[in-house]
Design a protein around this ligand. Sequence first.
Ligand code: NAD
Ligand code: AKB
Length: 315
Amino acid sequence: MKVLITGAMGQIGSELTMKLRERYGNDNVVASGLRREGSEKVLESGPFEIVDVTKPQQIADAVNKHKVDWIIHLAAILSAVGESNPNLAWDVNMGGLFNVLEVARESKCGVFTPSSIAAFGPSTPKDNTPQDTLQRPTTMYGVTKVAGELLCDYYYQKYGVDTRGVRFPGLISYETLPGGGTTDYAVEIYYKAIEEGKYTCPIKDGTYMDMMYMPDALDAIVNLMEADPAKLKHRNAFNVTAMSFQPEDIYAAIKKHMPDFTMDYNVNPVLQNIADSWPNSLDDSAAREEWGWNPKYDLDAMTKDMLEKLKVKLG
Ligand code: NAD
Ligand code: AKB
């Protein structure tokens, strides 16, 4: 199995690259990004190529040079940055995905690419959001995510490209900071708890969003990529979730370990507007039934591990 990862220096890619190198061998996992900078571990442990996904020839050159079987396409502009620069979000998210799918069609590779809870909108049922439901998002990021799901299904149905994806919720991790999303507060709060003992939350209490700890997210990618295609009724993209919480819940979970920790609010209207348009909680039963999705971390288990790991990292 030879894999090319686009956007490999981001929050997911920097950890996924290392996990896949352990699983498939260092030389079989090619990391790529806009520049040769970021995680030292990624740069030192295996091949790296400069690939700007808006430039189709750079994707094709990397795929042909390394005889790639699967492209894991992670390069993207996330929700908050996307709202401040919608043109860039469209160019990178739609143009990049189209280029990746075209190269995959020509070179006969599979494509895994994540969608997001952002693919839903205010008219979607908010609680226990079904796998197949209304998707009318109100952010440019969300628009590109729904269109991306449809485009991936199109390439599967029309050209037989093996496309697969999940709708990730907010991902929480300690290795690489998130790239400018609405759920970033749920990472930042752990850093601030350790660095300053206090946190000012940009999201209103009472705002529920789905979340997941990075080890579960990496398992989701590997398990779906390796799933028996005959069992997949859906492809792009599966609802997956591990927990749903509001700011007060994550604050209380941290406070169990750090009794002096305090939190106040300074709500960011742009982020709040996006968060209000997303589901409170997803129904991920299709992923459980079709490829055995089963997350390991809830809020308390994640909080314990995040605080332990960050205390070591931040000294
Ligand atoms: P990230 O922002 O951390 O990383 C994205 C990477 O893409 C960055 O390293 C950036 O430099 C790179 N990039 C930007 N423009 C590029 C271009 N033109 N060519 C090549 N690289 C480019 O994002 P992430 O959190 O790792 O997300 C990866 C994927 O997962 C995205 O599709 C995102 O929408 C999706 N997702 C992430 C989350 C989350 O909470 N992290 C949740 C849902 C879905
Ligand atoms: C964001 O907040 O933009 C991402 C996501 C949920 O897609 N974390």
